[in-house]
Design a protein around this ligand. Sequence first.
Ligand code: CA
Length: 220
Amino acid sequence: MRPRVLVVEDDHGLRDVLSRGLREEHFDVVTAADGAGALRAADARVDAVVLDIGLPDADGRDVCQALRASGLRSPVVFLTAHDNLTDRLSGFSAGGDDYLAKPFHLVELAARVRAALRRTGQETAVESDGLRLDPVRHHLEVRGAPVALTPTEFRLLAALMAEPGAVVRRRSLLRAGWPEGAQVSDNTLDQYLARLRRKLRDADSGREINTVRGVGYRFA
Ligand code: CA
């Protein structure tokens, strides 16, 4: 459910800072150190790209054009060493969606990425009668008021909300909530669902997670 951002930056230290910071801002992050690596990484699902213009093997703008040519439709936010109008204009004509000059604050980069995701409709919120799961900010909104969720709670609720009124089997919830191969007891799942129920109740959501004995759970 988290948007996955590809960070393309040759400066090792900056790449680490960006990865850590964006993860704290609730993004999944994959990285590449050059243009060739970016093209390889973009084979997998990428919801947004943060792309340094000054890369060792290519100009970031050319990398962006190559990504577009290979079918990438996700938004691209360029990073550059100088806030230069020519760079900015050529960045947009190369298929970029936004532009940020170094040095910048990480919160600003995260905000730009979110805005680009919204503009390009990459954000896929799950909504149900006044409730909305925001995959970018990673929280539940109850009639516009945010309710913080842990990543696991978020994934479990998303799985339940995706099928309102239907019974979601325990096995499906375990698959949705935890990585493949994780050893999760029924008791752990129950504890997570109890916490979700409490959060739904405390937020006056008017919605419930019902237990269907021997089968699974239903979001009602
Ligand atoms: Ca660079």
